[in-house]
Design a protein around this ligand. Structure first.
Ligand code: G6P
Length: 614
């Protein structure tokens, strides 16, 4: 997501920081900024858009100071404007921040009462004022940050500097990554090793709740709850800069697959009130009245986002008792669908820029529909044209094949369905609470699925055996039917193997004719209400000599005897979370097939990440 680079040394730091930010550009960002101490005065420069805009400003008025901090921002709270770009200031204090401060509204109110004036729409600015407030009470910078941390809820990596305490950078992390780089007469703080690898390979990876006091001649580490001193544990990193950008993973796609527990946690963060058994979605301006009088609801999307919509339909029917039409944007826009001013349209888009989705919502708006969206990229076109947007907060997705954007969309739709169910009075408090509790476990279920013992082995074995296959089938039933579609799409996108997703019950109406010993069938058959029915489909495939790749619950004792290959998922997953968890074997299967074939996994031929043509 956002990028941070902090430097304390002997050389002028402007170019060093800008170079570090450049190495973080791959993460995606929408504005950039820098703060440098110039002999006891803090100078800042910020720009909307690309880093080059900032560089142009800095060329006109260069900074010469030897300690400072820079940031590339990927908007979460507040539009991607210069005013919202980091660093944020409070007097002599400047702060850069990655993550989300969940209690920023209450902190803002409290700080305003004390006379602090806010210049931005961000949650970050509260940190600057909070630190300044503790400084004003006589604390040194490290203690001021330490006290401020005790007031912050959420997920963050921060770096703070203060011109009245020159030469000191204070960094801290909770949930968002931050590393300390140890150089010769210079030290660094950065959100990602790739930013500083050109200058040092000796890195201390800050752990949760650690605070680092970084000066050019040394680094001190403190426990952020007790302020006790902690030992630095530097490791020597041997990654190449390209590997570092990918966090040590071979491809962005693999990195993004492994980021899903964190991404899904970010989608949920601050949106669930277990106490009230409600979903907290102030960004969705829909009343009970709006929903009760709505004549119809459309979910509109393209590609993988459309598959998310197909899963969403099950959530809306089960949890809110509402029927929804799930539409391909490229079809809906050319149909004469009876959309009117009692229609609610929910556009689903990772990029927020897909031309067909944009055109479909414009068409719907013309007919009077109320348009909401589920989107990953803040400030993109689709949210700008919606009355409200539920952002997925998945972080930038670089791999063209969508992974974490998809699973976070599933979670956003699940939240929205519970929200609708509560608003309409169709989901009672106890059921809603149970549902929300289960959903809050989603990140740990995904983590468990990604760390099953011997996890990669079956994928590698399948890739070795089947990478030359010409065609594959994917079967799923109920809420796993859309996952079969998504599994087939993933495979064809990156491995170029023809693949077809089918509803398991439809196999006998045509696709069964394709089955022979050269066409493997992937069957989504974990323990759910359809377990036995789908197992019968599996038997039908095997009876025709079709090789079977079975996605099964880890406690299914018969799985191995029913299949050529088994892709296990953890046992005991609640049915409504199965689409989320079974997405992982679909992604990993496609990934390993493509990797084995040696295709360009992150930038497959003919495909684009954001399709802005119709
Ligand atoms: C492109 C991408 C797909 C994506 C689709 C819709 O085809 O390659 O991964 O699902 O567009 O994109 P959106 O940004 O609207 O979700």
């Amino acid at each position: 997501m956002c990028g941070i680079v902090g430097f304390a040394g002997h050389e002028p730091c402007m170019d060093i920081i800008v170079d570090g930010l450049r190495r973080l550009e791959y993460r995606g960002y929408d504005s950039a900024g820098i703060a440098v101490d110039e002999g006891g005065t803090l100078r800042t420069a910020r720009s909307e858009g690309k880093l080059d805009n900032l560089v142009k400003k800095l060329r006109l008025e260069p900074f010469y100071g030897t300690f400072g901090v820079g940031h590339t921002r990927w908007a979460t709270h507040g539009r991607p404007t210069e005013d919202n770009a980091h660093p944020h200031r409070s007097g002599s204090v400047a702060v850069v921040h990655n993550g989300i401060i969940e209690n920023h509204v209450e902190l803002k109110a409290e700080l305003r009462q004390k006379g602090y004036v806010f210049q931005s729409e961000t949650d970050t600015e509260v940190i600057a004022h909070l630190v300044a407030d503790f400084r004003a009470a006589g604390h040194d910078l490290a203690h001021a940050v330490f006290h401020a941390m005790s007031r912050l809820h959420g997920a963050y990596a921060i770096v703070v500097i203060d011109a009245t305490e020159p030469g000191t950078l204070v960094g801290a992390r909770l949930a968002s990554p931050l590393v300390v780089g140890l150089g010769q007469g210079e030290n660094f703080l950065a959100s990602d090793v790739s930013a500083i690898l050109a200058r040092t390979r000796d890195i201390h990876f800050l752990e949760e709740g650690q605070l680092a006091i970084v000066k050019r001649d040394g680094v001190e580490l403190r426990d952020a709850t007790t302020f006790e001193s902690l030992p630095l544990r530097p490791v020597h990193v041997t990654w190449t800069p390209a590997m570092a950008e990918k966090g040590g993973y071979k491809h962005f796609m693999l990195k993004e697959i492994h980021e899903q527990p964190r991404a899904v946690a970010d989608t949920l963060r601050g949106r669930v009130s277990l106490e009230r058994a409600e979903v907290v979605l102030p960004e969705v301006p829909l009343t009970r009245e709006d929903l009760a009088t709505a004549s119809q609801i459309y979910l509109v999307a393209c590609g993988t986002s459309w598959h998310a919509g197909l899963v969403g339909r099950y959530h809306f029917e089960d949890l809110a008792g509402v029927a929804v039409h799930v539409e391909l944007a490229s079809e809906l826009r050319y149909r004469n669908a009876p959309i009117d001013d009692r229609t609610i349209v929910i556009a689903i888009s990772q990029s927020g820029e897909t031309a067909d989705t944009l055109a479909a919502i414009r068409e719907a708006k013309k007919k009077g529909a109320k348009v909401l969206s589920i989107c990953n990229v803040i400030g993109s076109s689709i949210p700008r044209e919606s009355v409200g947007t539920l952002y997925t907060h998945a972080g930038p997705e670089i791999g063209v094949a969508s992974t974490k954007a998809f699973t976070t969309q599933l979670v956003a739709l699940h939240l929205l369905a519970i929200h609708f169910g509560r608003l309409l009075g169709r989901l009672d408090e106890a059921t809603a609470r149970t549902e929300l509790e289960a959903l809050l476990h989603a990140p740990s279920l995904l983590e468990a699925a990604l760390t099953l013992p011997g996890h990669d082995e079956p994928y590698i074995a399948i890739a070795r055996r089947w990478h030359e296959a010409h065609s594959m089938l994917f079967l799923g039933r109920g809420n796993l039917y859309p996952i079969a579609l998504e599994g087939a799409l993933k495979l064809k996108e990156i491995s170029y193997i023809h693949a077809e997703g089918q509803a398991a019950g439809e196999m006998k109406h045509g696709p069964i004719a394709l089955i022979d010993e050269r066409v493997p069938t992937v069957i989504l058959n974990p323990r759910d209400a359809h377990f036995l029915k789908t197992r019968s489909n599996l038997a039908e495939v095997r009876a025709r000599s079709g090789p079977v790749i079975l996605v099964a619950s880890a406690d299914d004792p018969d799985a191995a005897s029913h299949a050529d290959h088994v892709l296990p998922i953890p046992a005991g997953i609640p049915s409504r979370l199965l689409p989320l968890v079974t997405s992982l074997p679909m992604q990993l299967l496609a990934y390993h097939m493509a990797d084995f074939k040696g295709t360009d996994v992150d930038q497959p031929r003919n495909l684009a990440k954001s399709v802005t043509v119709e």
